[in-house]
Design a protein around this ligand. Structure first.
Ligand code: PLP
Length: 498
């Protein structure tokens, strides 16, 4: 593949990427293809002879693109949107060119050192305690692929610390704590590690956040039964409703149990820590004092009924993970066969990031963070987060203004609103039929191509989530989305009641 053809294909790709982003809002946010469409469109075997890059790029446009859901569409309000910025794309392009796996410092000093530096920049951006800075040589930050990896690393590390503290405790007595609102990453980690996971129930009255007394009771009960809780995942901004566990009370409950590791999953909401005015509401001062580890996804955006901004502004994948004491990580994860030894590693004067995570090879993710943080600056980053939150508030306010038809199911959490057709829309409807009505509501919303939302259930209440998190989402998109939600609610209520 000669150099000049690479240049030509590269220029064309950049042009097409720009065209894609600028024409996004004219496309339907969702793909209309049927399952199996791509298998029918593609040959069953790879080509015998090489094909031209132009043909492949054209087929990407013509065949692959129609099957894409446009997560960067300004009317994507589902899940938590993924971040995308041109700065992140450029950073990733260089990263894929340098292709440094960066598992040891000696593999590529810049790769390790840039990660070390940008994680300290990120710790400052999010207002984390200096305890977590790499410069302390005690705490430190590392980029994992996803929040699920970060949680798995935290739980493996917590288990290893607990076993060092209590060498006689049989492994089958260990238990992981999450809540009924924790992301499934807790259950997944338990599955992988063969550990039981107990989901502590949370209540609607507590806005689905864990309270200290709930935790205290469970610890006492389990310890009396001979179990050994060794880690709890506290969430700041749950997936379903943006709930914030009461970390102040959790810290108080854990005061008598310093051997229980506190991992904070702030995968989505952590980006809001960049704005000092939100930190207290998110319990950051306590997190700074007591958390053993914390995860904030740079790639996470908010997904809801319609949304298209990614909070962290860095293209997937980029999960920032900090620990208060890096020794716990390396004690748990350091395996150094002779072929991975290096003079600097042996001397302990460098960080070898392979000992801070699950994999050996690692992508050069810090480059895209560096491009984004330098290009936006702290102020640009903050302005972006504030904009998402204010767009989320516009949606929540619109719901509040139509109590005859709609209601917020939980207090809005930053850029996320969870709402449904209100009981008053069809007076006297039993709870299960109200749920059926709201399931139908979501189905009808989902059938529309103008926006993309996700549904959820909170303690048996069926509801719809609306998240703002795409960089290209503006007020007009939010207002248009609310208009669609309102109109659909009217139609569905009529359809339901015959
Ligand atoms: N934690 C929370 C609160 C989330 O909302 C999500 C995903 O939406 C995750 C963790 C999982 O993130 P990842 O895909 O990075 O594993």
């Amino acid at each position: 593949f000669p150099d000049f053809r690479f240049r030509k294909a590269g220029y064309q790709a950049i042009d097409r990427i720009c065209d894609y982003y600028y024409s996004l809002q004219n496309k339907p946010v969702k793909s209309n293809v049927k399952p199996g469409y791509l298998r029918e469109a593609l040959p069953v075997a790879p080509p015998t002879k090489g094909e031209s890059i132009e043909d492949i790029a054209n087929d990407y446009q013509d065949i692959i693109m129609p099957g894409l859901t446009h997560w960067q569409h300004p009317s994507f309000f589902a899940y938590y949107p993924t971040a995308s910025t041109f700065e992140g794309i450029i950073g990733d392009l260089y990263a894929t060119t340098a292709l440094n796996p960066g598992f040891n410092w000696i593999c590529s000093p810049a790769c390790t050192e840039l990660e070390n530096v940008v994680m300290d920049w990120a710790a400052q951006l999010f207002g984390l305690s200096e305890d977590f800075y790499n410069t302390t040589q005690v705490g430190g930050g590392v980029i994992q692929s996803t929040a699920s990896d970060s949680a798995l690393v935290a739980i493996v590390t917590a288990r290893s610390r607990y076993q060092r503290l209590h060498p006689d405790v049989p492994i089958d007595k260990l238990v992981v704590y999450v809540t009924t609102q924790t992301h499934s990453l807790g259950l997944k980690a338990g599955l992988i590690l063969g550990l039981p996971v107990y989901a502590i129930p949370v209540r609607a009255e507590d806005d689905y956040g864990l309270r200290g007394h709930g935790l205290r009771e469970v610890i006492e009960r389990d310890k009396a039964e001979g179990k050994h809780p060794f880690v709890i995942v506290g969430t700041v901004g749950t997936t379903s409703s943006g709930a914030i566990d009461n970390i102040d009370e959790i810290a108080e409950a854990l005061r008598d149990h310093p051997d229980i590791w506190l991992h904070i999953d702030a995968a989505w909401l952590g980006a809001a820590f960049s704005c000092p005015q939100y930190r207290a509401r998110c319990h950051l001062p306590t997190i700074n004092k007591v958390a053993d580890s914390i995860c904030i996804n740079f790639h996470k955006a908010r997904a809801g009924p319609f949304s298209s901004t990614s909070w962290g502004l860095v293209n997937f994948d980029c999960s920032a993970f900090w620990v208060r004491d890096r020794k716990n990580l390396t004690e748990a994860l350091d395996i150094t066969p002779p072929f991975l030894r290096s003079t600097e590693g042996d001397a302990g004067i460098v960080v070898d990031y392979r000992n801070w995570g699950l994999t050996l090879g690692r992508r050069f993710r810090s480059l895209k963070v560096w491009f984004v943080l330098r290009s936006f600056g702290v102020e640009g980053f903050q302005a972006y987060i504030r904009k998402c939150i204010s767009l989320g508030e516009i949606f929540a306010e619109s719901v509040r203004n139509h109590p005859e038809l709609l209601e917020l199911v939980t207090p809005p959490s930053f850029s996320l609103s969870v709402f449904r057709i209100a009981p008053g829309a069809v007076p006297g409807l039993p709870a299960h039929e109200l749920n059926e009505l709201n399931e139908l509501y979501y189905r009808r919303l989902n059938e529309r191509n103008e926006l993309m939302l996700t549904q959820t259930e909170l303690n048996g209440v069926h509801c719809v989530r609306f998240v703002v998190g795409v960089q290209r989402t503006e007020r007009i998109h939010v207002e248009a989305a609310f208009g669609i939600c309102l109109e659909t609610a009217k139609l569905v209520t009529r359809e339901f009641t015959g």
